[in-house]
Design a protein around this ligand. Structure first.
Ligand code: FEO
Length: 400
């Protein structure tokens, strides 16, 4: 059965949802699933904007057929070639053999690399080019590294619709509700949107800034991303989030306490630090067991909050491996502009604090590591309380 939604009078969402996939990109857990959005414009010409992942191809083809209602498909605009959006284009070309593919030079290079049979049906465009499909005129804006180098966005100057590719997307399947004003985004979606952005596009903040700057001149009325809800009002809310995330500015002053504990003693110290912070008036505190929390959630929270307490046991004279993995992911995703406090534990050769400090100071940009630290030998005791107090005071001072 087809399942489509009308976006405007002549534009339809023809995408589909995947609630079976456990790991997006085979890395990131998506317990709420994911949507692969595609849009079909019925003008004098018919135009499909991007396709979908192979897993939902059958539903997608049924949707296209229903909306076309006997018409042929004239154009396919490919804004982003990653297979979660482009895998189904091969099947579209088979079903609609006269379709012309509109995209850019790099995307065509990737299509050939992936083995797609595109020869004789491509129309190459560059930034600023204009195409008319009848009533609708569109222009193309290059969006390199948001999130692959070939990425572009397409702006319909007739109705103000921006086909934004991966930008402004989110994890989470659509439960019938397509538009941002049909959901409580700030309550039910923002965490998945942040986790999607920070883990998928987080590394490319300067490129996102460049795109935001280029798009700021356009009179955007509707944003149609390739994942998650379509935005048709309150665009400033999401643009502001993107601006903060891509400048690596925290959304909130607050502390996340991330602990790596083998037998509970480092966890106990982390609990004591969190309680001390709250007692001293900092209530925006959240705690995470690094061994139990997928790193994509940790990264997302680290983008949200201003301060991070890293509490880590020493393991084989090094940083406990899951904590090390978290640090490496921060580096890979270009995280910066955060303040860190260190709690270290070791029964005979306590090294984790020194190693974490060295990593943070050398590998992350514009990062502060507070001088005060808490060192525990095996288990925290009364003798550690002054250091813990000083650590908490130092965090609070740095939040002012
Ligand atoms: Fe949703 Fe970069 O693909």
């Amino acid at each position: 059965m087809h399942c489509v939604r009308k976006v405007t009078d002549d534009l339809y969402w023809v995408g589909a949802n995947d609630r079976r996939l456990a790991l997006f990109e085979n890395i990131h857990p998506i317990p709420r699933g994911v949507s692969y959005n595609s849009y079909l414009l019925l003008d004098e010409k018919t135009v499909l904007f991007d396709t979908v992942d192979w897993s939902v191809c059958r539903q997608f083809l049924e949707n296209i057929k229903f909306v076309l209602n006997g018409r042929q498909l004239d154009y396919l605009v490919v804004n982003h070639l990653e297979p979660d959006h482009a895998a189904a284009m091969e099947e579209v070309m088979l079903r609609y053999p006269d379709v012309k593919i509109i995209s850019n030079e790099k995307a065509f290079m990737f299509m050939r690399q992936f083995g797609y049979d595109i020869e004789g049906r491509i129309e190459e465009v560059k930034e600023g080019d204009v195409r008319s499909f009848g009533k609708h005129k569109v222009t193309f804006i290059a969006a390199p590294m948001v999130h692959w180098p070939e990425a572009m966005v397409t702006f319909d100057t007739t109705n103000g619709v921006l086909f934004s590719a991966d930008a402004f997307g989110s994890f989470g399947a659509l439960d019938g509700k397509l538009f941002n004003d049909e959901v409580n985004f700030d309550r039910d979606w923002i965490d998945d949107a942040r986790r999607y952005y920070t883990n998928i596009v987080g590394k490319y903040g300067p490129h996102v800034q460049a795109l935001l700057k280029k798009a700021s001149g356009a009179d955007i009325k509707i944003i149609c991303p390739l994942h998650g809800p379509v935005w048709r009002n309150n665009l400033g809310y999401f643009l502001d989030k993107y601006d903060k995330w891509s400048r690596y500015e925290p959304e909130e002053k607050g502390v996340m306490v991330v602990y790596a504990s083998m037998y509970g003693n480092t966890e106990s110290a982390a609990n004591a630090v969190a309680a001390k912070l709250v007692e001293k008036g900092i209530t925006n505190v959240s705690m995470y067991d690094v061994s139990k929390t997928h790193v994509s959630y940790l990264i997302s929270e680290t983008f949200r909050l201003s301060h991070v307490v890293l509490a880590c046991v020493t393991y084989n004279l090094g940083i406990y491996p899951p904590m090390h993995n978290y640090l490496m992911d921060m580096k890979a995703l270009n995280l910066q502009k955060r303040t860190f406090a260190i709690v270290e534990n070791g029964s005979w050769a306590c090294k984790s604090g020194t190693l974490m400090r060295e990593f943070l100071e050398k590998q992350l940009k514009q990062t502060t590591v507070l001088d005060e630290k808490l060192t525990i030998n095996s288990a925290m005791n009364e003798d550690n309380l002054p250091d813990m107090d000083a650590l908490a005071d130092s965090i609070i001072e740095s939040m002012k």
